[in-house]
Design a protein. Sequence first.
Length: 155
Amino acid sequence: MDTMDSDTLLRLLAATGCGVLIGISHDLRGKPAGTRTLGLVALGAALLTAGTTQLPMIAGHPDAVSRVIQGAIQGIVTGIGFLGAGAIMRGPNEVRGLTTAASVWVTAVLGIICMLSPWPLIGIGLLIAVVLSAFAHPLENWLERRRKTESDQES
């Protein structure tokens, strides 16, 4: 393996790891998109991005590389948008699955940036996503309890 291949392998593993780490909080809460799903989403986005950046027929043509990468990113984001839309359920008085849809979308974006961006951006993006996944739910529950308490006091 030359250095380019080892860098690509490391970035593919990092993308998969990002998806798995984000998926842990989903698995712990019994949500449908967990470690396996989000790991595969990140890996798929990273693989497509890697494949488009390494096409031999566009090597040496910066405009072609740019257009191909833009097309791949647009395709990933659009496809993940449809996948996320499938996770959203609407009931008479509630909408469910928005967090799962957003997690799938962010995971795909992390897969893309794992292949294209510097390591610090990847680390910061992952850190923020994991913190949100792990701690936003308890915060939302606390805020909801507080809102209900205030509304009960007004009645």
